[in-house]
Design a protein around this ligand. Structure first.
Ligand SMILES: Cc1cc2nc3c(=O)[nH]c(=O)nc-3n(C[C@H](O)[C@H](O)[C@H](O)COP(=O)(O)OP(=O)(O)OC[C@H]3O[C@@H](n4cnc5c(N)ncnc54)[C@H](O)[C@@H]3O)c2cc1C
Length: 387
């Protein structure tokens, strides 16, 4: 399907990102998947290519590109020619904007140039052993000491947990208020900060996911992001974009699975004909083509709304929920159409299937997305059951 949201500049940019991913990232993926982590150096290369934190102001070394379509292209080309685990958009757009929009000027001046060059890799640490979907359950504590804050607690399932050089950490700053949370930038050389192991996962093998520990970590005032008692609202502000990013990723992943499967079913034969000639195969492919085109169209529309500053939390939740469910269905059907080969690690589709499983869990689970959507249409459980 021809996509109408891109112009010539976008297509030229796509070509250059594709070439970069094919030359620098694709050939490394198998090694990274075995090692359970990407090379840090790959972030530097992406930085040299101008692919990191493209939104950042030129005075920090950024390109000042606000148009989200360029990031959408980075996501799509990374998925196709790199790997889901080399998630530079997490660094650039899930974490970077907290620093770009909320950090003190000295912190921006010190950290942003290194984020743009890829010298410092970013992560975000919200989830704890006892708090995932329900962030109001965060127990990590931040206590003021003069101008500084002292952080204690632990986080888990943190992407870039091993490679990361700086983390946006959510910690409770107001003990008796469920939403009394602050956001603090903890840097890897701060005393009292340590990392746990690189957690073994079902999929997403090339990405490091780790536990982080904070023992009396002293965070200077310079590293506090925004109002230290209103961090919860800052998190909410950036979550819509995070969900749009997940949706872009999920549909791109589905598109690749579709293409791989199309090649396979035309090549592979059974009962004297290509697998693709069976009515079941043709109908499954027709269903998937339709689901992917419909989902892609919706996401492209939301990208344009986002560019216009009009992406709402509920629309982003619809996109995240729907695209990740479509991704899951597509992966399952594509494995089935591959037969036994689809279960073998040497076929890309087998690890795309396990990689995709996380999409419905992280960045807000499918169930949480449905809660947001239900509330937006007037079905708020709390209001409906009150009194
Ligand atoms: C590979 C990976 C990478 C991650 N990276 C990061 C990261 O970089 N930073 C970070 O902070 N976190 C990260 N996470 C954590 C992720 O965001 C959480 O796992 C996710 O938010 C779900 O939280 P949970 O695991 O505590 O599940 P729970 O909240 O315990 O949920 C368990 C189940 O209950 C359901 N549920 C929960 N509440 C409700 C409700 N109100 N209504 C109906 N159903 C509900 C959920 O949908 C889910 O099905 C990562 C996770 C993974 C797996």
């Amino acid at each position: 399907m021809k996509r109408l949201i891109f112009d010539e500049d976008h297509e030229m940019f796509r070509d250059s990102v594709r070439r970069f991913m094919q030359a620098e990232i694709g050939p490394q993926v198998e090694r990274w998947r075995e090692a359970g982590i990407c090379d840090k150096d790959a972030f530097r290369k992406a930085g040299e290519q101008g692919l990191l934190c493209m939104w950042a102001d030129e005075k920090y070394g950024g390109l000042g590109i606000e148009d989200f379509r360029f990031e959408q292209i980075v996501i799509e080309e990374t998925m196709r020619h790199g790997d889901l685990g080399f998630f530079i958009t997490l660094h650039s757009r899930l974490v970077g904007p907290y620093i770009g929009h909320l950090a003190s000027e000295p912190l921006k001046g010190r950290l942003l140039p290194k984020c743009i060059s890829g010298e410092t890799i970013l992560g975000i640490a919200m989830t704890e052993p006892g708090a995932g979907s329900d962030l109001a359950g965060i127990k990590s504590r931040a206590v003021r000491d003069g101008d500084d804050w002292i952080i204690n607690g632990s986080k888990t399932y943190i992407s870039n947990g091993i490679n990361g050089g700086a983390f946006v950490v959510a910690a409770r700053s107001v003990p008796d208020k469920p939403h009394g949370i602050g956001l603090f930038v903890v840097e890897e050389d701060m005393e009292g900060f340590s990392r746990g192991r690189n957690l073994a996962k079902m999929g997403l093998k090339s990405q490091d996911t780790a536990e982080l520990f904070f023992e009396n970590v002293r965070v200077p005032a310079e590293n506090v992001l925004g109002d230290p008692q209103r961090g919860f609202y800052s998190l909410m502000r950036f979550l819509a974009e995070e969900r749009l990013i997940s949706a872009c990723q999920a549909v791109a992943h589905g598109q690749i699975a579709f293409d791989l499967t199309m090649d396979y079913i035309l090549e592979r034969k059974a009962f004297g004909r290509p697998i693709g000639a069976f009515q079941n195969s043709r109908f499954k492919m027709a269903e998937m083509r339709t689901a992917l085109d419909v989902t892609q169209t919706f996401i492209d529309q939301l990208v344009m709304l986002h560019n216009a500053g009009e992406l709402s939390a509920d629309l982003a939740a619809e996109a995240k929920y729907y695209a990740t469910e479509v991704e899951a269905r597509v992966m399952d059907e594509c494995v089935q159409l591959h037969g036994g080969a689809g279960y073998m690690s040497e076929y890309r589709i087998s690890h795309m299937f396990t990689d995709a499983r996380v999409s419905r869990i992280y960045a807000g689970s499918t169930e949480i997305m449905k809660e947001i959507i239900a509330r937006s249409i007037g079905l708020d459980e709390r209001k409906l059951t009150k009194g």
